[in-house]
Design a protein around this ligand. Sequence first.
Ligand SMILES: *Cc1c(COP(=O)(O)O)cnc(C)c1O
Length: 419
Amino acid sequence: MAPSAVTPPHEVQQTAELTAAAVAHKLAETTKQPNGQSALRLLDASLLKFTKTKTPMTVPEPGDPIINSSSQCTDHMVTAVWRVSTGWDAPELKPYGNLSLAPTASVLHYATECFEGMKMYRGYDGKLRLFRPDANCRRMLTSATRIALPGFDPLELQKLITAMVTVDGPKWLPKSRPGTFLYLRPTMIGSAGALGVAAPKEATLFIIATFMPKLDQPRGMKLLASQDSVRAWPGGFGFAKVGANYGPTLMANSEARARGYDQVLWLLDGVVTEAGASNFFVVWRSKEGKVQLVTAPLDDKIILDGVTRRSILQLARERLTSSGAGVESLEIVEKKFSMEDVAEAVKEGRMIEAFAAGTAYFVCPVCVVSYKNEDLTIPMKLGETGEYAGLIKTWLMDIMYGREQHEWGVIIDEKEDLE
Ligand SMILES: *Cc1c(COP(=O)(O)O)cnc(C)c1O
């Protein structure tokens, strides 16, 4: 929900909807109100203080094993601290380094943490881009408020991310390496040092950039449908990118890997939700004979509103619902579907392809789904991917890497003297 659509606090106070009321309060305290007033200092990117590193690091060469470790960060990071009594301090861009936290810090005990995952891309046209950063920043606000962390204007966060990319992008993603990316991780934690199960009185926002390997497997990925554990549930927080959603899934994930699968396909009462930390799509022929692109809906708030998911749905609506793309046109359906439906489509020969989609795994074809100890083979018409996944992936890459000029590919101005 857009923050502006949240009911003002005085109107929700007495309802039974505790979470909705709490979100409204948080937003009223920490974001600009319709009258332009706020009791506390708002997050303000124009106050950003710059302290450049005196010990610049070396950029790893392509193929350096450090890239696969996802641990190599760039020279700088952005931080901003919020306090319940004063609001947001001026944000800082400073040398990358460790944080200092009290052992009593809220995040260490109560999982008051949320994050975003996005990438900066070095285009084939030499330009540096972000992909729909506005969507990530709005989602970060949704996630933060869900776990009682402070609100902020998403546009200010976007400006901070842009500052980080402007400073570290030219060196760490050089023009000599078109078609590469760095991963950006905006994060917020409850940093107040105080035990007691309560909304943290201090929070720290930080933005870091790391190398990350390409995770989209060319051979297709194998999924193991979860039988005994669930990732999210109605009334919970599956829609929020909060750390608390991930730690508890790691055991099932390593068990799946030990059995030869790449990710868990999360079910809730037999209904298909997401694949690992990616949204999941199938393309099948319905019993009525229509080709459909199907993915789980957002309404019951158990799945993450992926930026990749949204973008795929929109591109598919624009380019695949009528003939012209060189493939059979399809219908776009956001609805609940069960693992039984998937198994039936496979067995009746109606399954056309399946893929997972997210920033990290990008658009990754699925070749097998294991369900009730049976490996269901999912077709990949082009050998290494399905036709639709292949097309969609190309379209998205063209926007991200500047082969197609599109409003989703936001160009970052690079200062000439940094080249
Ligand atoms: C991050 C994430 C996704 C993908 O979202 P994108 O915005 O496309 O990167 C999907 N599901 C889960 C659970 C996630 O954490």
